[in-house]
Ligand binder design. Structure first.
Ligand code: GSH
Length: 218
């Protein structure tokens, strides 16, 4: 197996998920920063499009494999390095973990992605205030439902007391929501679980602020 390289960006929540997963599994990796803002966004460069024609980070190069889509990458890591499974094997827990992770990563995150926000203000001339309202709306919609689901599933973490894929998706989404000043005080379980997770070394080392490209721009 050759070297492992993660193409990401310090503030990308999808890349943040993969950093957490790699850290939890104790897998070493190099990082290449794809600056999502500078020069119109390096994700649109011809060079990066060879790795991912979707023009989105993260991309993980694992030896000869070039992988995109954070959830699919984490699935691949679980199958290839099963020491610490992030999606449990038991069918019911597996279903629950996947459903909750998808509630965050598929139903909330894409609505507030950079290219969506850029399209709202660029092409559709939406004001900053309305764009902010859009952002907050989709977070509240997703987090209200998630808080209800976590009341039934959570222990120390989102599903019981083991760290799972749901936790890997939750922490970056909360980071993002805080960045956009969303008031999360109505979600005590989300806040409690996030606080516990952020105490774990794997999560600390994956945090945006400690990445090599941190503060390279917004
Ligand atoms: N479903 C993809 C989403 C990837 C994604 O949305 N990446 C964002 C950063 S979190 C991105 O590259 N945005 C660049 C853009 O919107 O132009 C995944 O989970 O990997």
């Amino acid at each position: 197996m050759g070297e492992r390289v993660l193409y990401g960006y310090w503030r990308s929540s999808a890349a943040y998920r993969v950093r957490i997963a790699l850290n939890l599994k104790g897998l070493s990796y190099q990082q290449r920063s794809i600056h999502l803002i500078k020069n119109g966004g390096e994700q649109h460069s011809a060079e990066f499009q060879q790795l991912n024609p979707n023009q989105l980070v993260p991309v993980l190069v694992d030896g000869d494999w070039v992988l995109n889509q954070s959830l699919a990458i984490i699935d691949y890591l679980d199958e290839t390095y099963p020491d610490q499974l992030l999606t449990p094997q038991d069918p019911q827990r597996r279903y629950l973990v996947k459903a909750l992770a998808q509630d965050i990563a598929i139903d909330v995150h894409p609505l507030n992605n950079l290219r969506v926000l850029q399209y709202l203000s660029g092409q559709l001339n939406v004001s900053d205030e309305d764009k902010n309202q859009w952002y907050h709306h989709w977070i509240h919609q997703g987090f209200s439902a998630l808080e209800t689901r976590l009341a039934a599933s959570s222990g120390q973490y989102c599903v019981g007391d083991e760290v799972t894929l749901v936790d890997v998706c939750l922490v970056p989404q909360v980071y993002n929501a805080n960045r956009f000043n969303v008031d999360l005080s109505g979600y005590p379980i989300i806040e409690r679980v996030t606080m516990s997770l952020n105490d774990l070394d794997a999560f600390k080392r994956a945090a945006p602020e400690v990445q090599p490209d941190a503060n390279a721009g917004s």
